[in-house]
Design a protein around this ligand. Structure first.
Ligand SMILES: Nc1ncnc2c1ncn2[C@@H]1O[C@H](COP(=O)(O)OP(=O)(O)OP(=O)(O)O)[C@@H](O)[C@H]1O
Ligand SMILES: [Mg+2]
Length: 509
């Protein structure tokens, strides 16, 4: 007899105008790692929010049994008391607080009404060691990247008495090395008897780690695959997810490379929290029309810092170096200057900088281009609607209309809105920071196709990605960054994962 810790049966959840889940069932064995796979908008996150009480009992149909008990969670607190902890797809830490404060937020280590900081920081330190994060507990969360924030979230989950840990795309923000570390961590937790449900679009990792996989498509359970025996391949999972076979991961592309559009020289950036530390050191790179250039580097190498400091000094202090646009030196002091010069940057952290979550799709897409859409201070709303609707169709954004609020879209569809917004500024240089993070295989292909089209229109595209196969499949040339320095530049023909890794780890102990 199998010992199941969880049964969800006949779960139906509707939002105004959308039926996100339709009679979904899910059974999870005690102590296993159970993956949930499905395309963007399939309903994965919604199902886990139902389970964890984000959507309380009564707001959905169906029944949930956890650890032998019928569940009627009125909120997250109830599910946590039962031993269910969810780490959401969009991280939810408070950037202004320290790591330790975040870990024990709502669960403070106090005695006689006063927070015991020694105990807080000491216990946080132990949890950080357990998840393998080498940061001080007093470091502000705002000063660590999204990758490390993920580890803080896990430390936070471990500080509670967790029986079932739900991770919604935990490795989306991590590079291979850090993902491997996280997966090891999950295996360790499994050995301790903690059950895990993991949602991920990284199918290679799922194959690596999962004991079983449930596939959801269009709000319905399609099947559960058992991984024992090693018969299940990535292609097998994909065909379950999309309902057909997918032949290629990357669209074919013949580059047509022209003149230099952007060059930076001696680009040096210091950390805002430690102004004597160089985050980017004397970096130089060149982008040409029609060219797709990759920027590879490990977590903390300075990729995002390089991009953001270039994009109107949105990161960093003590920035020095030169920028040339079409051969002419330019001075970019702020985002407006960057946009005027035809430089766009689509952020890796869409919740914090990329989107206004309470606005609708059309206003998010038009937000940086309102000048172009207005006359005498009035926004031409018909045009705004038309433009947004065009993007909705060409990017295949799954939403009832462009008047849908962005915060309610699935993660992958939010990402498509970020891309639309910057493409609509019609830039010469488009910097895409992790453009396919959290995006399903089918939609990735669509985004690669869009990137190829942008290059064909003569734009220069700089792609920052932690997924080396993505850079290898997409880029004409790849730079590597290690500890803030450009350590290599490889044309497509010469680039391999091994060579990139060699340059990406250069100078590290
Ligand atoms: N609060 C909400 N209000 C309205 N619609 C919603 C809400 N939350 C989710 N939806 C819709 O429900 C559907 C399922 O969304 P969900 O976030 O569960 O997808 P997902 O499988 O997690 O996708 P992704 O891989 O992109 O994260 C989508 O069509 C989404 O737009
Ligand atoms: Mg999701």
């Amino acid at each position: 007899m199998t010992d199941d810790i969880l049964h969800m049966r006949g779960i139906t959840k509707t939002f105004p105008g959308v039926r996100a889940l339709h009679e979904v069932s899910l059974s999870v064995r005690r102590g296993e790692i159970h993956a949930i796979c499905g395309e963007n908008g399939a309903g994965k996150s919604t199902l886990m929010k139902v389970l964890s009480g984000v959507y309380p009992f009564g707001s959905y149909e169906g029944r949930i049994e956890f650890d032998g008990e019928l569940c009627r969670f009125g909120g997250i607190k109830d599910s946590e008391d039962a031993g269910i902890v969810i780490i959401h797809q969009e991280l939810a830490l408070c950037p202004q607080l320290s790591i330790a404060e975040n870990i024990f937020l709502g669960n403070e280590r106090a005695s006689r009404g006063l927070i015991d900081w020694n105990r807080t920081n000491h216990q946080a330190g132990e949890l950080l060691r357990r998840v393998g994060l080498e940061e001080s507990p007093v470091t502000q969360v705002a000063d660590i990247g999204v990758g490390k924030q993920q580890l803080v979230e896990i430390a936070k989950a471990l500080s509670k008495k967790v029986k079932l840990l739900i991770l919604d795309e935990p490795t989306a923000a991590l590079n291979d090395q850090d993902s491997a570390h996280l997966l090891d961590l999950l295996r360790g937790l499994r050995d301790e008897g903690i059950t895990c449900v993991i949602i991920s679009h990284k199918l290679n990792e799922i194959i690596d780690i999962a004991d079983s996989i449930t596939i959801i498509r269009d709000g319905q359970t399609i099947e559960t695959l058992e991984m024992a025996g090693g018969q299940v391949t990535e292609d097998r999972i994909i065909s379950g997810m999309v309902g057909r076979d997918l032949d290629h991961r990357f669209p074919p592309h013949e580059p047509n490379i022209g003149e230099e559009v952007l060059r930076i020289e001696d680009w040096t950036v210091h950390s805002p929290s430690q102004p004597d530390r160089q985050v980017v050191s004397k970096a130089g790179l060149t982008l040409r029309r029609g060219e797709i250039v990759g920027l590879a580097g490990l977590m903390g190498a300075g990729r995002t810092e390089l991009a953001m400091s270039l994009f109107g000094r949105t990161y960093g202090v003590g920035i020095s170096g030169r920028v040339y646009k079409e051969g002419r030196e330019v001075h970019i002091r702020n985002v407006q200057d960057a946009v005027k010069l035809g430089i766009a940057y689509a952020t890796e952290d869409r919740k914090r900088y990329g989107l206004n979550l309470i606005e609708d799709i059309k206003r998010n897409i038009s937000s940086v281009s309102l000048g172009r859409l207005s006359r005498n201070g009035w926004v031409n709303e018909n045009e705004e609607y038309r433009v947004a609707d065009q993007f909705r169709r060409s990017m295949n954004i799954k939403a009832p209309s462009v008047q849908s609020v962005v915060g309610k879209l699935s993660g992958g569809n939010q990402q498509k809105v970020v891309l639309s917004k910057w493409i609509y500024t019609d830039p010469d240089v488009l910097i895409l920071d992790e453009p396919t993070r959290g995006i399903d295989v089918g939609a990735k292909y669509e985004i690669y196709t869009i990137i190829n089209q942008l290059a064909d229109e003569g734009k220069a595209v700089l792609v920052i990605s932690s997924e080396l196969p993505e850079l290898l499949g997409l880029c004409d040339r790849i730079y590597t960054l290690s500890q803030g320095r450009i350590t290599g530049e490889l044309p497509r023909e010469e680039a391999t994962q091994e060579r990139l890794m060699y340059h990406m780890t250069m100078g590290q102990e």
